[in-house]
Ligand binder design. Structure first.
Ligand SMILES: Cc1ncc(COP(=O)(O)O)c(C=O)c1O
Length: 416
């Protein structure tokens, strides 16, 4: 096979793809405790609401036929976009119009398009990068650049808290945003750590980005206004210099692949153009399923009253389980402030987190080794990268508690 540079880059098995295959193969063997994936929970009340919604669509004359039989425009379902603009304006006073919104096939593809619009080879011959001002960051960013040397990243500062907790912060004192940076990007809440950047941190980043004339991309896959898996009182943020990406996945519809971009008009139009080239149009199933919930504001209410408390309970319960089983293992856990994960840091772990992952897999427990979550710092020799694991708490109670017990037992053996 004679492949282009693009072809080679996207067929070369990236570390993350290998890991995902490994997780998939391990799961296929049955009886595995899955604490490694990013799948949202199947929350019964939420699923029932979707079931009812689908039945309503089926009962509408022509509803089903229109849903499956018509392309939307390149920007996505107009009715959904209009309803969302109205909701965001009413709730947060953002002053956006439908021209600021575009849908994509999942937030992942939105981020791929955005990254490659703002970084890589520039028309004047220069090269630009996407900057992650706080790592650890989302594993799914790591291979999303079309050219090499695509990301720059920065170590966090660490705040030590009581009760075995710690929290990462952006280290503003050392944050350098050179002329080679095309955009700044953060996930809020952060996958993998469950960190939620404070309002002050977000504002500071936005000011820095604006001063440099570059956008701040906020990946709100878990954030406000929906699915709102945030346990702090962080405020939703958008400014004309910000690109906010959202998703219906963690609201409970990951298989309908619906991403949402809120951006300045020119950028939203550029994403719509890219949609046209890459996909003709984004799929409309997610938008149709969620339309009435956005129109009525129910999407906010479900997020606040069902989804957020569901995960918060699970987060604190999983924290208690670790506390119960860790004994005197030197371990700290990132303060759970949102998303679906605990980020567990074993200080001076006697082996790498990847080795720990292997050992846990042998004991039928799957986690994700932390070293994958440092896009932009891949080549950096930093012990901390090899001392952390990501543990998902979205699964059933039985799976999570058994898994935590095995993790704690295995690390006790290692330290012994
Ligand atoms: C931080 C973050 N951003 C983006 C995505 C992509 O979401 P989507 O399913 O909408 O493509 C995920 C998925 O897990 C994620 O964790």
């Amino acid at each position: 096979m004679n492949l282009s540079t693009f072809g080679e880059k996207f067929t070369h098995k990236a570390g993350i793809s290998q890991l995902m295959d490994d997780l998939g193969a391990a799961m296929a063997g049955g009886d595995m405790l899955m604490l490694g994936g990013g799948n949202p929970a199947h929350i019964p009340e939420v699923q029932l609401r979707f079931r009812n919604r689908l039945e309503e669509i089926l009962a509408e004359p022509g509803g089903f036929e229109a849903m499956i039989g018509n392309y939307d425009g390149t920007r996505g379902n107009d009715a959904f976009i209009e309803a969302l603009a109205a909701l965001l304006n009413d709730e947060f006073g953002w002053q956006i119009s439908p021209k600021n919104i575009v849908l994509t096939n999942g937030a992942q593809s939105a981020l791929f398009m955005l990254f490659n619009m703002f970084a890589g080879q520039m028309p004047d011959g220069s090269k630009k990068k996407i900057l992650f001002p706080l790592t650890p960051e989302y594993i799914g960013y790591a291979d999303a650049g079309l050219t090499d040397d695509f990301f720059a990243a920065q170590h966090p500062s660490m705040e030590q808290l009581d009760h075995r907790l710690f929290k990462y912060h952006v280290n503003f004192d050392e944050l350098e945003v050179g002329d080679d940076i095309g955009a700044i990007c953060v996930s809020r809440p952060t996958n993998p750590t469950g960190n939620v950047l404070t309002d002050a941190e977000i504002l500071h980043l936005d000011t820095i980005a604006e001063d440099k004339g570059i956008p701040l991309i906020i990946d709100g896959a878990y954030g406000t206004p929906f699915p709102n898996i945030i346990y702090t009182d962080a405020k939703p943020f958008w400014s004309p210099n910000t690109i906010l990406t959202m998703s219906l996945s963690k609201f409970g519809l990951p298989n309908l692949r619906t991403g949402i971009v809120i951006a300045p008009e020119a950028i939203a139009s550029a994403i719509a153009e890219s949609n046209g080239i890459m996909n003709l149009a984004p799929g409309g199933l997610g938008a149709k399923m969620a339309l009435e919930m956005v129109r009525s504001g129910e999407i906010m209410q479900m997020s606040k009253e069902i989804i957020q408390p569901y995960y918060q309970r699970k987060a604190y319960h999983t924290l208690d389980l670790f506390e119960e089983h860790l004994g005197d293992v030197p371990c700290k856990i990132h303060k759970p402030e949102g998303a679906l994960f605990l980020w567990v840091w074993f200080q001076e772990l006697p082996c790498t987190a990847t080795k720990l992952y292997e050992r846990l897999k042998e004991r039928k427990t799957l986690v994700v080794p932390g070293s994958y979550f440092f896009p932009g710092l891949e080549n950096e020799d930093w012990q901390h990268k090899h001392e952390c694991i990501r543990v998902t708490y979205a699964q059933d109670e039985r799976i999570v508690s058994k898994g935590v017990e095995i993790i704690c037992d295995e690390v006790k053996r290692l330290y012994a």
